[in-house]
Write a protein that binds this ligand. Structure first.
Ligand SMILES: NC(=O)C1=CN([C@@H]2O[C@H](COP(=O)(O)OP(=O)(O)OC[C@H]3O[C@@H](n4cnc5c(N)ncnc54)[C@H](OP(=O)(O)O)[C@@H]3O)[C@@H](O)[C@H]2O)C=CC1
Ligand SMILES: CC(=O)N[C@@H](CCC(=O)OP(=O)(O)O)C(=O)O
Length: 347
């Protein structure tokens, strides 16, 4: 690839993460979006589906069969799990892939099948894909051809927990994670559970004890700690807002040591900030529309536990923003390229 501008196809541009990737790439000086795909919505223009994108790339939404792949350098996979591998496995080998689905997150194809209920088409490819948690795996991401972006919950959870794993500064027997997400985390597809009346004016847990992000989180904690017995209790909740996600991690350890490990891990990172001890807890509105993860550490003197909060925007750091950060790393560019222009939308 010698040209100065990389040509990108957005697979699933008619969905939330696809549209957000298009919006963010409008600011990117080294990437041009040349193709946008959809399924049911193919045949429309992008601005018909998403009027807010009329000032971005107003492309025709086509099916992937109609993309001129010889003109594409990189594909962002913003497709449902399963559909993603079906399509990615057909792409010509010169196309780099940044996948936002779960299809290449598991090193072990059997673990993928157990969590997602289908056989993997390319067990070797998933075994060798790089897990795209940008801050922790930048060296592996650099030069990779296929990067699997973490799920939105695992992104926030692992940014909090991975720096505490090696050296270990918490008790790994008692990790409890309480998580909350806005409804855009479930995608734009029509689902009863996403109807306004099902979401507004209430909060409910879902996937209790069974959520598919639990094995993804445990895979990464086990790899980092070298301890295959690490388990977590992970409970997600749906809350009545469009975007934003908060994870509350209840840990056993020393608050000062936990805070110091997090500060050390992220001291040179542009997109993760660890608040000083004693600051007010972070709020999803402090990172809304940005690629930032903000972390706050609080000792609970009465219980001896430590409570660590992480907040992200699920559509930016939890998906499209991190995907672009990963492309930057893959290409050897500044990881913040095109992403550091964003200030939070508040309130
Ligand atoms: N939403 C979030 O916060 C996050 C999502 N992710 C992951 O990113 C991926 C995309 O999520 P999201 O954008 O929310 O999903 P959406 O449901 O909003 O969008 C899905 C996209 O995939 C297309 N699509 C669906 N079925 C097919 C098919 N059979 N063939 C071709 N295209 C198809 C849709 O096209 P059309 O609408 O035209 O039918 C649409 O463009 C998922 O794997 C999700 O888990 C990851 C992190 C966060
Ligand atoms: C609110 C909501 O429904 N959230 C989704 C998570 C979306 C996500 O980011 O994860 P994946 O990429 O693994 O789909 C869920 O709980 O399944």
């Amino acid at each position: 690839m010698t040209q100065s501008v990389l040509k990108a196809a957005i697979l699933g541009a008619s969905g939330y993460t696809g549209a957000e990737t298009v919006r963010l790439l409008r600011n990117h000086p080294k990437v041009e979006v040349v193709a946008a795909t959809g399924n049911a919505l193919a045949g429309k223009r992008l601005s018909e589906i998403f009027p807010h994108l009329s000032g971005a790339y107003d492309l025709d939404v086509v099916t992937s069969d109609d993309v001129r792949w010889d003109e594409v350098d990189v594909a962002f996979g913003c497709l449902p799990h399963g559909t993603s591998q079906d399509l990615i496995e057909t792409l010509p080998s010169h196309v780099k892939v940044v996948d936002l689905s779960a299809d290449y997150r598991f090193r072990d194809a059997k673990a993928y099948s157990a969590a997602y209920g289908r056989e993997h088409l390319a067990p070797e490819r998933t075994a060798n894909a790089v897990y795209g948690l940008s801050e922790l795996y930048a060296e592996k991401i650099a030069g990779a051809d296929l990067v699997a972006c973490p799920g939105c919950y695992p992104t926030a959870v692992l940014l909090v927990l991975l720096p505490l794993m090696n050296p270990l500064v918490i008790d790994t027997d008692t990790i409890i994670i309480d998580a909350k997400s806005g409804a855009s985390g479930a995608g734009r597809g029509l689902k009863e559970g996403n109807l306004f009346c099902e979401v507004t004016e209430g909060v409910h847990a879902y996937g209790v004890g069974t959520h598919r992000h639990t094995p993804e989180i445990e895979q990464e904690l086990r790899l980092m700690s070298g301890d295959n017995s690490v388990e977590v209790t992970f409970t997600p909740h749906l809350i009545p807002m469009a975007r934003g996600e908060m994870v509350t991690c209840h840990l056993r350890g020393d608050a000062d040591a936990i805070h110091a490990a997090l500060v050390q891990a992220y001291k040179s990172q542009p997109f993760v900030s660890v608040l000083p001890l004693g600051s007010p807890p972070p709020d999803t509105r402090h990172v809304r529309g940005t690629n930032e993860c903000r972390i706050g550490v609080f000792p609970d003197r009465a219980s001896g536990r430590v409570i660590v909060f992480g907040v992200i925007d699920n559509l930016v750091k939890g998906s499209s923003g991190q995907a672009i950060q990963n492309l930057n790393l893959m290409m050897g560019w500044d990881q913040a390229l095109g992403l550091d222009v964003l200030l939070p939308l508040f309130p």
